[in-house]
Design a protein around this ligand. Structure first.
Ligand code: PSU
Ligand code: MN
Length: 303
């Protein structure tokens, strides 16, 4: 058994059977620049509390799996240098070596499931990268969704990915992809991509019921809820397309591979949009946190 370190509020919420929403930490350490990363992390936690649920930010700190971070731990993680980005492949190795690592979507799902938390909010999931037919770069997040029973609320997948291939792989892995409140699969910074999501649901209750039905069937794997960024906060896809293409060309020219690809592209896009990508990113994460809290509340009512 792993000795989980719960934050005080998560421990209390677990004992009382209150709704809990998992949050990842790679978005803090590798997805956003300091100091906005710490401000956003605290804000998103507060959004979840305001919506009537309890936030549980996951991380590995000096070998210990933390489910929920105290405010000072969150601040320290957001400023620390050399924090590992951990996924399914290296989570146990980080813990056994006493290391410190931020959890990606895949590792956060593992931690949430281990702690009995069924709903998780993030910005965007990893997916199939452009050029995957030669690089084979497909995020472990997709396979995690295929095997770990957590409902993940994200704003679709980033347009730095090949969205059509990402949707195909999710279908192959048996992952329900549910667009919230629209037919189109959202494209992270933009509310709509050219692709339809296979499923659409318009309420948190419907999503919670689908989650509970999968659990009752004993199906492994989670659900991906694709929640569009509010239109007022989006960056139109046409405007972003050339920026993404040039960020991708920079990554290719510098031979960026493996785990470094996603953080590198996010940073280049942040620079090339003069910070606008970050403003949109913050808006969509907060929007996802609110929906995840509503889903967790519906599930806690006993579905
Ligand atoms: N979405 C964001 N910012 C991020 C990520 C997603 O808005 O930093 C992170 C998540 O932790 C996700 C990871 O799990 O990127 C995917 O990395 P990769 O493509 O290397 O699997
Ligand atoms: Mn990758």
């Amino acid at each position: 058994m792993i000795d989980i370190q719960y934050s005080a509020e998560v421990r209390t919420a677990k004992e009382a059977g209150q709704p809990i929403v998992a949050l990842e930490s790679t978005i803090i350490t590798h997805g956003m620049p300091y100091p906005q990363n710490i401000e956003v992390a605290a804000q998103v936690e507060q959004d979840i509390r305001d919506a009537g649920a309890v936030p549980a930010t996951m991380a590995v700190i000096e070998g210990k799996l933390h489910v929920g971070l105290e405010a000072d731990q969150l601040k320290a993680l957001g400023q620390a240098q050399g924090v590992a980005k951990i996924s399914r492949a290296d989570m146990a190795a980080c813990m056994s070596a006493g290391g410190t690592g931020a959890t990606t979507v895949a590792a956060t799902m593992i931690a949430a499931n281990y702690a009995g938390i069924e709903v998780f909010a993030t910005g965007g999931i990893g997916g199939v990268h452009q050029g995957a037919e030669t690089s084979f770069d497909i995020s472990a997040d997709l396979h995690e969704l295929g095997q770990t029973p957590v409902t993940v609320v994200a704003a679709g997948a980033k347009a730095i990915l090949d969205l059509a291939k990402t949707l195909e792989v999710l279908e192959t892995l048996g992952v329900p992809v549910i667009a919230h409140g629209q037919d189109a699969f959202p494209a992270f910074w933009s509310a709509k991509s050219p692709y339809s999501a296979p499923l659409r649901m318009d309420s948190a209750e419907d999503i919670a019921r689908a989650h509970a039905t999968r659990r009752a069937l004993g199906l492994p794997g989670g659900q991906l809820v694709a929640n569009p960024i509010p239109v007022a906060d989006q960056i139109p896809a046409e405007e972003l397309a050339p920026i993404i293409a040039s960020a991708q060309a920079d990554a290719d020219a510098h031979r960026i591979t493996g785990k470094a690809v996603t953080p590198y592209l996010l940073q280049r896009i942040y620079e090339k949009t003069e910070g606008r990508s970050l403003t949109a990113n913050i808006a969509l994460v907060r929007n996802n946190a609110r929906l995840a809290a509503a889903i967790a509340k519906a599930l806690a009512k006993g579905m």
